[in-house]
Design a protein around this ligand. Structure first.
Ligand code: FES
Length: 117
């Protein structure tokens, strides 16, 4: 269903208001689509003034979801299950052997965060 709706609206972004309210090193979680089926949870973060997005589904794949912060050392999202850390800029795991967290393109425009989920 979500994919069908996404197809109808093309690649239009989801607008999240109040970009300025997302402080440096903080995170905000949003839900996209129906979480009961094909929906996703996205973690929006600000690092070095730029906004990044990560799918909260932990790539360690044991059911964890990346926490919303504050970010570890101002740039790492942490999964509470086994405390793996992921760089929100590119999803890279830190000091563990694991896949990358999935990144989501985000842009700040006219006071909003545009999320291309
Ligand atoms: S499930 Fe996320 S660190 Fe293990």
């Amino acid at each position: 269903m979500f994919k069908k709706l996404k197809g109808m609206f093309g690649n239009r972004p989801i607008l999240v208001p109040n970009a300025a309210g997302l402080a440096e090193g903080e995170g905000r979680t949003i839900e996209v689509g129906d979480m009961g089926s094909s929906g996703r949870q996205i973690l929006l973060c600000r690092v070095d003034g730029k906004i990044y997005g990560l799918d909260t589904l932990c790539p360690h794949a044991e059911g964890g979801r990346l926490g919303r912060g504050p970010l570890h050392e101002g740039r790492y999202a942490v999964c509470p299950m086994h405390l793996y850390k992921f760089d929100v800029r590119d999803g890279a795991p830190q000091d563990v052997s694991c896949g990358h967290a999935r990144t989501v393109r985000c842009e700040e425009r006219d006071g909003n965060i545009e999320v291309y989920a």
